[in-house]
Design a protein around this ligand. Structure first.
Ligand code: ITT
Length: 190
């Protein structure tokens, strides 16, 4: 089984490649010579994941999946949510994290969750898989690994951020791991 993974995010690609090793094989967008930044104009994770997978299906006629994800902060009514990649208006994660921490500065409720929605296009069918990990937002950045909001997110039951974990450790418990596990189970049962 070979699936195209419709992402331009090399961190997502690395994480998912490690998770599905030996189970199925992934082709990246660069491997199919796709250089486009697929437009994400929807206002839900499902909508954006669906746009990304649909682009590959209609332009390359390939079975594929896409991951749309983000951080949802309770005290900010779910922000940054689908706007996680461009919360400050640019893709600069330093600015995005600064903005988030400043909006939370006077808040005692630091609860948040990461959410991933995967859209799978397989043999003309369309399926979604969701993964959520609950946790809390730190006062400042801690740790140098991972990507995105990892330095400010501590998953429930842990005392360190995703950015302090090894890739293996994050890949055991992350939102993306939960969604990919559901995808793997689905593919196994076919
Ligand atoms: P593709 O759309 O090409 O897959 P992207 O980076 O634009 O890549 P999203 O639209 O799904 O991905 O934006 C998600 C943003 O949420 C991402 O840029 C990160 O800032 C953040 N994010 C997603 N998963 C994360 C994770 O596991 N750890 C930390 N931050 C994450």
């Amino acid at each position: 089984q070979q699936l195209v993974f419709a992402t331009n995010n090399k961190h997502k690609l690395e994480e998912v490649q490690a998770m599905v090793k030996g189970l199925f094989s992934i082709q990246s967008l660069s491997e199919i010579q796709c250089e486009v930044d697929i437009p994400e104009t929807a206002d839900t994770f499902e909508g954006n994941a669906s746009l990304k997978s649909e682009y590959i299906l209609s332009n390359y006629a390939r079975d594929c999946f896409a991951d749309d994800s983000g951080l949802e902060v309770e005290a900010l009514n779910g922000e940054p949510g689908v706007y996680s990649a461009r919360y400050s208006g640019s893709r600069d994660m330093e600015k995005n994290i600064d903005l988030l921490l400043s909006k939370l500065a006077d808040k005692t409720n630091r609860k948040a969750q990461f959410r991933t929605v995967i859209s799978l296009r397989l043999g003309g069918e369309h399926h979604f898989f969701e993964g959520i990990v609950k946790g809390s937002i730190t006062q400042e950045r801690i740790g140098l690994r991972g990507f995105g909001y990892d330095p400010i997110f501590i998953p429930d039951g842990y005392i360190k951020t995703f950015a302090e974990m090894s890739a293996d450790e994050k890949n055991q418990i992350s939102h993306r791991a939960v969604a990919i596990q559901k995808l793997v189970t689905f593919l196994k049962n076919r």
